[in-house]
Every structure is written in structure tokens, then in C-alpha cells.
Design a protein around this ligand. Structure first.
Ligand code: ADP
Ligand SMILES: CSC[C@H]1O[C@H](OP(=O)(O)O)[C@H](O)[C@@H]1O
Length: 403
């Protein structure tokens, strides 16, 4: 019989106390379930004697945000723990340390990052993170390059594709990001005040063409092992440190999907600043910080990925053909822009939103922020296949904000 069951706070303490050598004898453990995400239980275990602490994340057999009517594979916990371990090897210091994975309880025991803050919350508070662009570009360049056909043995890659087949979590993305927002789906959720803008998405055939092309890439382009859900709620930060969490959506997909997620969530915060910073001058300054970060993330990624390719590329023809490298990087930029647009649109009209915008208490400011986000998102989608430079993303964000 399976040992799996959702843990209580008390059971989490009992399991934590058996973790070899972690808590000293005489520890006085307490446990609190702190999960604020859409899917899983997260227990924070602390020892009041030594001050040591850890995190236990357990998958539920359904999507917590909806309830038991939406069953969801527990295998996502295996994928998350294996991906965290791999990320720890490829991008040391940029993910939490995994202490243990329990395959029967679908439970990952990991480093407590409570001395960091979730980046989305920090940005809402107007905090700047000077190391973020450098760290996240290292994370994406290294995790994506070394799992792609450019940077790993191509036979081993095929086996890794198999180990990270993640159909149920991919289906969530395929539906919530690449389908529902573009039709009158019962999964959608949006403010009645922007119904006209939602309906415009349902009727825009040019937009549907671009989203269908991007969806096709998500479905078929096994370019590298993605994080799969790299939004600012999946990044813990301090001004000096960056740690990426929550890779349960990992699978082999198009590289631009991860980079686009980062950029989309910076721009969602850009739109939300309609409310969070009331002084117009300070808001413009913070928006410039956000667009500078978008530019830095792409440019640093581009430089680091090309350097890895130059120094450690394994595919002979691809590595020795400069025009192919330029073609490949241009395609990544265009994919990044298209996926960023899709990830913005889904957070305004789809099932799952972001607090940068949803928590705006003033309804007029919220509507303005939602319309701005939709205008930026749709422009990015419509322009993705023509884009030549990351500057076009910044021009779109600034010109829509000044409209
Ligand atoms: N390693 C960690 N250290 C501290 N807090 C964490 C850690 N991992 C998760 N959390 C907390 O739990 C919340 C939900 O975690 P997350 O992995 O995003 O869950 P979900 O997969 O359900 O979205 C995070 O927003 C954060 O507050
Ligand atoms: C029904 S899952 C919706 C949404 O939740 C995931 O985010 P998170 O795990 O960070 O809460 C993912 O973005 C899914 O699209």
C-alpha cells in the first residue's frame, strides 16, 4: 500500500527530526504550512534552540488553487527535485540546496530561504535588486546551454528528454497560456471592466496566428530543459543574492519560454506601478529600472550563452558556423519576445493572475494597469517574428505607458 498522504504540520516535524544530523539533539521543532502557490504544501520547520530551519515541499494529488476536481500527477515532485539538483550542478549557488527527496511522500526537503524575499513582493515595494540581471542571466544561460544539443551529449540529451516528460504540467501551460485567453473559455477570469479588451483578444486573427505559432513551438521544440515557470514569484532575492525555486513545470521546450517568463513578469510589475508608486517622477524612475533590467537580462544572457557556445560547444557544425549562431540567437530573441507577450496576457485574462496588478485596491488604477499590460503583451506577440533587438521591447513598454 502507498505511504503517500498529505502531511500534517505535526507529521512534518516528525519527518524533519529524522533527517540525519540536521537538527542537533535537544531541538525544539515547530512547523507552519506557508504554501501560497497554486499547487503544493510547503512546511517551514524551525528549531527554537539552534535557530536552524528547513523547508519541506509536498505535492498534492490535485491543483490546490482549484481543488480535488482538478487531479494532478504527484510525479511533478520528482521532476522538481531532480531539476533542482541538476540546476545546483549547472548554476551553483543560484538554487536552494536539496537535502533529501522522499519518493513515497513526494516530498522535497530543502534549504530555507526565508532570509530572502520573493522578488514579486520586493518589486511591488519598489526595491531594486542590483545582482538580479547578472545572476538570472547566468542561471538561464548555463541551465539552458548545458541541457541543449549545443552543450550536452546528444544521445544523453534524448534520455534526459524522456526523464523530464511532464505531460500534465505542460497541458496546464498549453491551456492556460496558449489557448484559454484567446477564446471565451470557462477557465478565464478577468475584471468585468476590461471585458471589451478580453473580447478583442478572442477576435484578433492576426494575434491567433502568432499565438498558434508560439504554441506549436511550446508543443514541439525540445531545445533545452526549461525551468518552465520562471516568473518573479519563483525567484527569491536580496540585493546580494538570487535563488530560483519551484521548477515543477520543467520539461524539454523552447529556450525563449524561460527568458520570456522573466521579462514578462518584470513588465507586469511595470504595468502595476500605475498604482504602487504614486509620485510620477519616482514611478518613471522605477519603470526605467525595470526596463533597464529587461535589457540587461537579454544582453547578458546573449553574451554568456554565446561565450559558452564558443568555449564549450559540442556540435561541430553549429559551433563552427558563425552565421548559424547569429540565426539561432535571433530566433531565441524573437521567441523570447513572443512568449513574454503570451505570459503577460494570461496573467490579465486567464485563470491565474499576479498580485502586482490584482492587489491594486483602486479600481480605476487597476483597470489602467490591466489595459496597459494587455497592450504591451499583445504588441509583443504581434511583433515577435519581426523583432531585431531587445530595444524594441523597451520601446513598446514605454510607448504604451505614455499613451
Ligand atoms: N526554499 C524555500 N525557502 C523559504 N520559503 C519557501 C521555499 N520554497 C517555497 N517557499 C515558500 O512557499 C511558497 C510557495 O512555494 P512554491 O514553490 O512557489 O509553491 P507552488 O509550487 O505551490 O507554487 C513560496 O512563495 C515561498 O513563500
Ligand atoms: C492551475 S496552475 C496555474 C499556474 O500556477 C503555476 O504557478 P505557481 O506554481 O507559481 O503558483 C503556473 O504558473 C500555472 O500556470
Amino acid at each position: 500500500m502507498s505511504a503517500y498522504h498529505p502531511l500534517t504540520e505535526q507529521e512534518a516535524i516528525e519527518i524533519a527530526s529524522t533527517l540525519d544530523g540536521f537538527f542537533p539533539s535537544g531541538a525544539n521543532l515547530s512547523s507552519r504550512e506557508i504554501g501560497d502557490g497554486n499547487l503544493n504544501l510547503v512546511f517551514h520547520i524551525t528549531d527554537s534552540v539552534s535557530g536552524k530551519s528547513l523547508i519541506m515541499k509536498q505535492a498534492l494529488p490535485y491543483a490546490k488553487v482549484v481543488g480535488e476536481s482538478w487531479p494532478l500527477t504527484l510525479d511533478r515532485a520528482r521532476i522538481e527535485s531532480e531539476k533542482l539538483l541538476l540546476e545546483g550542478e549547472l548554476a551553483p549557488g543560484l538554487v536552494p540546496v536539496v537535502y533529501k527527496y522522499d519518493p513515497e511522500l513526494y516530498l522535497t526537503i530543502m534549504e530555507d530561504l526565508s532570509d530572502h524575499v520573493i522578488m514579486r513582493q520586493g518589486l511591488i515595494g519598489g526595491t531594486r535588486y542590483p545582482k538580479f540581471a547578472d545572476d538570472i542571466s547566468t542561471f538561464i544561460a548555463r541551465t539552458l546551454f548545458f541541457t541543449s544539443d549545443l552543450g550536452m551529449n546528444q544521445q544523453e540529451k534524448k534520455l534526459q528528454v524522456k526523464a523530464f516528460i511532464n505531460p500534465e504540467l505542460c497541458k496546464i501551460t498549453e491551456d492556460l497560456i496558449f489557448d484559454d485567453p484567446y477564446t471565451d473559455s470557462p477557465n478565464n477570469s478577468f475584471d468585468p471592466a476590461i471585458r471589451d479588451a478580453a473580447e478583442a483578444l478572442w477576435q484578433n486573427e492576426q494575434l491567433h496566428l502568432e499565438v498558434a505559432i508560439l504554441r506549436d513551438k511550446f508543443l514541439t521544440n525540445a531545445q533545452a530543459l526549461l525551468h518552465g515557470d520562471l516568473h518573479t514569484g519563483s525567484v527569491f532575492v536580496t540585493p546580494e543574492s538570487t535563488k530560483v525555486i519551484d521548477p515543477e513545470f520543467a520539461y524539454y521546450g523552447p529556450i525563449g519560454f524561460d527568458i520570456g517568463a522573466v521579462i514578462a513578469n518584470l513588465l507586469l510589475n511595470f504595468a502595476g506601478q500605475e498604482h504602487w508608486i504614486t509620485d510620477a517622477g519616482q514611478r518613471a524612475d522605477f519603470r526605467q529600472y525595470l526596463t533597464d533590467t529587461v535589457r540587461d537580462v537579454w544582453n547578458l544572457f546573449d553574451r554568456k550563452f554565446r561565450a559558452l557556445w564558443q568555449e564549450q560547444g559540442l556540435d561541430r557544425l553549429a559551433s563552427s558556423t558563425p552565421a548559424f549562431k547569429d540565426y539561432y540567437m535571433q530566433r531565441l530573441l524573437q521567441d523570447t519576445i513572443g512568449f513574454a507577450g503570451c505570459k503577460i496576457v494570461r496573467r490579465i485574462v486567464g485563470l491565474s493572475h499576479v498580485v502586482d496588478i490584482d492587489r491594486i485596491p483602486d479600481s480605476a488604477a487597476k483597470e489602467k494597469a490591466q489595459r496597459l499590460a494587455l497592450a504591451i503583451g499583445t504588441s509583443l506577440i504581434l511583433s515577435n517574428r519581426k523583432a531585431q533587438s531587445i530595444e524594441e521591447v523597451i520601446d513598446i513598454a514605454l510607448s504604451q505607458a505614455n499613451n
